[in-house]
Design a protein. Sequence first.
Length: 478
Amino acid sequence: MRAAGRHAIDLVVARFTGVRDRPPLRVPPPEALRAVLDEPLPEDGTDDLCAVLDRVTRDALAEATRLDHPRSFAFTPATGNFPAVLADALAAAHLSVPGAWLVGAGPTQLELTTLDWLKALLGLPEGAGGLFVSGGSAANLTALAVARDRLLGDDRTGARLYCSTQAHPSVARAAHLVGLTRDQLSVVPADDALRLDAADLARRVPADRAAGLRPFAVVGTLGTTGTGAVDPLDALADLCAREGLWFHIDGAHGAAAAATERGHGLRPALCRADSLTVDPHKWLFQPYETGCVLLRRPELLRATFDLTRHALDSDYLGPTAPRGAEVNLSDHGPQQSRGLRALKLWLSLKTFGARAFRQAIDHGMDLAEHAAALIAAHPELRLVTPPGLAVLTFRYHPADVPPGWDADRAQEFISRAVCTEGEALLLTTRVRGATVLRMCTVNPASTREDVAHVLGQVARHGRRSLAEVRESAAPKGP
Ligand SMILES: Cc1ncc(COP(=O)(O)O)c(C=O)c1O
């Protein structure tokens, strides 16, 4: 066991220390992977666990895109951290299951303590509570299931849930999963800054109610995936209070910013939300799956998820009924058996301290500001959306372009060329109908040089796209 354990740790350390050694983008074709990995069920085992660890690391785990590469600026870059890896191993060894107190008392208390730390980090009210879930999607789903039960009961007729066009698709999927039809999700346009148009919503809700519909909840996004925009959360909180609606904030990307001093302005809205999605596997540097849902009134989770509420004709769980101050987290969310996701965050907070987390989050925002300044000063680049919570979008677009140069296609070309070169990962998205390059700078290991390098690549490939158009337009010789 020890030899294999040491070997596994060596592999882990090699991953952390060698993250720049390979290109960030790695997308092998399915046939190639099948050829290497497809094999019959192994009837007999092996004594050489080290060899198996080597093989699976090489053939499967390394055959993936490195979102933790410091020049990976696509999606939400992930980082993970070494204590969190150890946390997962320890929790697995102890079969830690913070479900019923009878089975997992210590793990449950550890999860509750970690939730308190997370609340302290983000400035959330003492009374808030919740649980760790697999990610932002599961957190949104959990919150909306509670909102549905609280405000609609069993009758979904005429229900209306509101979010903006910029909300993450997991919100629409959660609406579907909690039993709403597509037209019961009212998608509100975004304003020029790509934030939910609160004035439009303020007109919609009473109009819907007057039409006999049943508005029940609003989802505001704290850091949209595309541009890092923050919906007008204070105005949404006011509206929800006035109209008696559930207010959910999807802070999967952006809630972490509330930990920093410059993000303190977000805190009042977070404190007023009925529910909040936080996703520590994004900007709190945890490995997957570390998501979290927090409610201002956590006792409402039990109204939806308490297993006794759903009991059929068996009572094998009877002995697990909590006594006194005991807590069964399996009654607070959709999972009965659940892993101790909290330990990753607990151990990394213990190891690095909250200050290091705040500094790392600040670094992401500083880097985005720096990228924006470089773009603004560059004659061939144009900022499309300003840095919002460490996300910015821009285009390669010099003032003087040849006729026939298609700006949208050029951004695609540049993104492909950058990725193919193998030094960075930079993808496109669409903003107000135009294709743009999107950069998310939350990785604490990314440096100003990394940003400058990628912008240099963008300009170089952009010029190539111009040259290709000029060449194809040039008169051909006789
Ligand atoms: C705003 C927002 N909400 C929800 C999600 C979904 O989170 P997860 O991938 O952890 O399920 C994302 C992921 O990018 C996101 O950016």
